[in-house]
Write a new protein. Structure first.
Length: 178
């Protein structure tokens, strides 16, 4: 099994706390464990789309591979508690787009977690596109990760977590003297 799909260890939440990782991301050939509702068990997006009845068997949601078209999940979003977005290598940014689509365009309000090859340098930006938690590589220092969530006190641009750009939050555009 891919290391980014294994549960265990701890994950960082967007508020800077570390929690134990109880999530289990199932490969497509893995059977659904008995009592799946007791933890957070996720299956691949194609598997869930093909078998939506899995949601009645205790499956909490889906995991999204970089090449996954997240629009396939749209009809299922009201029933999903969680979605994990896989980053197989840190330089693959497609997961940022997946998160933005899920949060800003489709209105997903459940747990959204970045998993895989996640580095401390990515955390501030991952939270801005709507991730709630982060399964980081084990070599990333916990204190540095917590500090990275507060890298900047404010941002100019709108995001999933701040829908208004800075100039709109500061009272709009002021007239320019001629």
């Amino acid at each position: 099994m891919d290391a980014s799909l294994q549960a265990g260890g701890s994950v960082l939440t967007r508020d800077g706390t570390w929690i134990e990782d109880h999530w289990q991301l199932l490969e497509d050939d893995a059977p659904v464990p008995a009592g799946a509702g007791t933890g957070v068990v996720l299956v691949s997006t194609p598997r869930l789309v093909a078998h939506p009845e899995l949601l009645q068997q205790g499956i909490a949601g889906a995991w999204v591979a970089p090449e996954t078209d997240v629009s396939a999940l749209r009809p299922l979003l009201p029933s999903l508690r969680a979605i994990a977005v896989r980053f197989p290598v840190y330089r693959d940014g497609r997961g940022y787009s997946s998160a933005t689509i899920l949060r800003a365009h489709f209105g997903f309000r459940g747990e959204l977690r970045a998993v895989g090859d996640i580095l401390v340098d990515q955390l501030f930006y991952l939270q801005r596109v709507g991730f709630d938690s982060f399964g980081l590589r084990p070599d990333q220092g916990k204190a540095a990760c917590q500090a990275a969530l507060r890298s900047f006190s404010d941002s100019y641009q709108a995001s999933a977590t701040q829908p208004l750009p800075l100039f709109r939050r500061r009272g709009g555009v002021r007239g320019i003297a001629a």
